[in-house]
Ligand binder design. Sequence first.
Ligand code: V47
Ligand code: SF4
Length: 397
Amino acid sequence: MENDSKQVCLNNKDIHLADIAKKVFDKKRITPEDGLYLFEHASLGYLGTLANFIREEKNGKNTYFNRNFHIEPTNVCIYTCTFCSYSRLIKERKDGWEYTLDEMMDIVRKYDQEPVTEVHIVGGVLPKYDVSFYAELFKTIKKHRPDLHIKALTPVEYHYIFKKEKISVQEGMALMLEAGLDSMPGGGAEIFHPEIRDQIAGGKCSDEEWLKIHEIWHDLGKKSNATMLYGHIESYFHRIDHLEKLRNLQDKTGGFQTFIPLKFRNKDNQLSHLKEVSALDDLRNYAVSRIYLDNFDHIKAYWPMIGRNMAQLSLSFGVDDIDGTIDDTTKIYSMAGSEEQTPSLSTRDLVNLIKAVGKHPLERDTLYNILHDYTNETFKEDEVIKGYVSLPVVNNQ
Ligand code: V47
Ligand code: SF4
């Protein structure tokens, strides 16, 4: 059956598509023109066959998740990205919060008895959160719980705070490393191409600055993720340009772990007039990303944003990682609109969701070390596995 669908792709009447299939099955890299051609001409079935081939080559049936919790230091921001529901132009200040270091440590302490391995910290950009504030925060977390992996902030914050401090990115990232930063999440990437970036995320770090900060972080021997916010005013050309820039940097450093496509949601932001793209486009986008980013080990679906059914489907279109478990402390969840209005997914639910589509659920830590293989485990009806799977942060960089 699998060979049949491979053969169908290779025998495609469209010579360009057949040629792309050959490259993929021969494990050769596709060009930007090929990528664009896939978006514009390939059927969903064709994309699924190619993407699933790569997924299985790289990860077999493995599907990863981790147990983490999120801290959003603030939900207000000096920037005014048009897709974002955090911007001070959109949100009333009375709805806002600005946590102190102590308040953030209260959140950390809530998880003292929980088997979480990671804290994901990201929120809006505010002048009062500067280099010394974040350094102090990381140090305090590490002092309290040394084994907790700190995945925090994005080039948007780093660019802003280092500039304000008048220090170089090299100096700044070295300071963050020393303070306890373990890795960087993938946010703030949006769409790199200036034609789009200037319109949706004007004023914050440029594509070059975003990429440079990741490069410098990778050069320090550390890992990070990358995202792409798609389905708003960009074209397929801009998506391929974005993937190409990530693929080039990954060739240079090898420091990216996972790529996370983020579907634009249109609630409560300046782009609310735009229609959201269809579920079919989501699957096509996962698949092209998987095919294009041949040097990325993992493609992650952010299930709180796309819903459980789409998350399951995505596992046959290149995705091998589902972020993640739920914690109940995040204040905002669906400001930008989401399928899952009350997101809750226990570890057991997540494991069952993955197994239901014939994949193998594996709990991992941030660096993809496998902590637990649930493939051959069955749960009793009333069994609850202690722990949480990741919290949705949808409105910051
Ligand atoms: O950069 C903002 C996006 C991102 C909207 O690295 C929106 O493990 C959709 O980067 N519709 C932040 N998306 C979240 C993020 C992330 C999430 C999960 C895991 C990881 C990781 C990173 O959220 C922002 C922006 O691109 N976003 N507004 C919106 N209206
Ligand atoms: Fe601020 Fe990030 Fe939202 Fe832009 S996307 S307004 S930088 S929180």
